[in-house]
Design a protein around this ligand. Structure first.
Ligand SMILES: *Cc1c(COP(=O)(O)O)cnc(C)c1O
Length: 405
């Protein structure tokens, strides 16, 4: 056996950038999970309370989802063998799409391999050159990539600033192109809720298409986790609702809900749908089981919100900056603890880990320079003792490091 090839001169510019990250203190190693994704689990050999996962409802390892996946593997094997449009549409893929469409009370639904491809594939296919995209400045990277791929003109409005979005729409009022207004339903780094209802009204006024990315709202907001459109009661006024199957739903995937024609169009034009293999049947099966659970066990969502309220209250009382002054306050189970400095934030995150708490440090370029933070996510599965222990670790470590008086 020969040793693996070392980097060659051709990639030296990448090595230099890695060195730069190390100098800035924002270089990270991947933490490796050694058991199940859960409220308490083992990363890198250490038992920690986990405030970093999107497993809002504890569904990643729910017995019913497991069973559904295993059954599907027994019946249908482990792969679909093709892209959806060639030979890879299995009955179970159709069942999942029909189930989600009924759940969301829309005509139709298409499932993509991930939330990322749902956004990027959809935005890039429904608009083109000569069209316009009005996008919140904090929208998810997959929206930004989709917008760039579309070739449309991108106009960015200030975070949640509906008046600014209107100004931008007025500027292009007489342009012939199609217009799309797009916002995250819940913003993933700040945990605040997008003004979906007011943006939908604005889109209507200017004849624009309205789209919402409910990745962090799916299974979390609205009746039984139906998302922000349900939360705001603006059914029928949002043309495209994107959701994810990878967070609260506990498995993997993304979907777009809307009219039958929209979904047919995406079947024909969305590139990740056309050019990338569909989910293994086990993924579709566990997602179907998850939607059943959202209806059968609504107490999970209630527990999630109870835990969220308690944790936020206590964090605020401990003196942490959890947004609300310089950034909009979180209204969801995502609570940022804002420290500002990237390097300090990463040190704090490492110290928390050593003290038994998994809470990810997030710095530039994921969030703006000077807005580095520890991002915490509450789940329905955290016990009161685990939450209290987390708060103690957070306060104790912050005080020791001089980050909290
Ligand atoms: C996580 C996330 C996505 C991507 O979803 P995946 O299913 O993980 O690919 C898209 N949009 C937002 C706002 C997200 O937070």
């Amino acid at each position: 056996m020969t040793a693996p090839a070392a980097s060659r001169q051709q990639l030296a510019h990448l090595t230099r950038q890695i060195e730069e990250l190390k100098e800035r203190g924002t270089y990270f190693r991947l933490r490796v999970l050694e058991d199940e994704q859960a409220a308490v689990c083992t990363y890198d050999g250490k038992r920690v309370i986990n405030l970093a996962s999107n497993n809002y409802l504890g569904l990643t390892n729910h017995p019913k989802l497991r069973e559904a996946a295993i059954d599907a593997i027994r019946k249908y094997g482990v792969g679909s063998g093709a892209v959806r449009t060639i030979a890879g549409t299995m009955r179970i893929h159709m069942e999942l799409e029909e189930k989600i469409a009924r759940f969301k009370n829309v005509e139709a639904c298409v499932v993509f391999q991930s939330g990322f491809t749902a956004n990027a594939g959809t935005v890039s296919s429904i608009l083109g050159k000569g069209d316009f995209i009005l996008s919140d400045e904090l929208n998810h990277a997959s929206i930004i990539d989709g917008a760039r791929l579309s070739g449309a003109k991108i106009k960015v409005f200030r975070h949640k600033d509906v008046a600014h979005a209107e100004e931008l729409l007025q500027e292009i009022e007489n342009e012939p192109g199609h217009k799309l207004v797009i916002t995250d339903g819940v913003f993933s780094m700040d945990g605040d809720i997008g003004p979906v209802d007011r943006l939908a009204a604005l889109a209507e006024k200017y004849g624009a298409i309205m789209m919402v990315d409910d990745a962090h709202a799916s299974g979390v907001l609205g009746r039984n986790g139906r998302g922000t459109v349900d939360h705001f009661g603006c059914h029928g006024r949002v043309d495209l609702q994107v959701g994810t199957l990878s967070k609260a739903i506990g498995s993997l995937g993304g979907y777009v809900c809307g009219s039958r024609d929209l979904i047919d169009y995406l079947y024909h034009r969305a590139r990740p749908f056309l050019f990338s293999t569909s989910h293994p049947p086990s993924v579709a099966a566990s997602c179907i089981a998850a939607f059943d659970l959202l209806e059968e066990e609504p107490e999970r969502i209630e527990r999630l919100w109870e835990n969220t309220r308690y944790f936020k209250e206590q964090l605020g009382a401990a003196g942490f900056d959890i947004g609300g002054v310089t950034t909009p306050a979180s209204e969801t189970p995502i609570t940022p603890i804002i420290l500002g400095d990237g390097k300090k934030t990463m040190e704090f995150s490492r110290a928390l880990f050593d003290a038994g708490l998994m809470a990810t440090g997030i710095a530039f370029p994921t969030v703006p320079e000077g807005k580095a933070r520890i991002r915490t996510i509450m789940t329905s599965e955290h016990t009161r003792e685990q939450i209290d222990a987390s708060l103690e670790i957070l306060s104790g470590t912050a005080k020791r490091m001089g980050l909290l008086s």
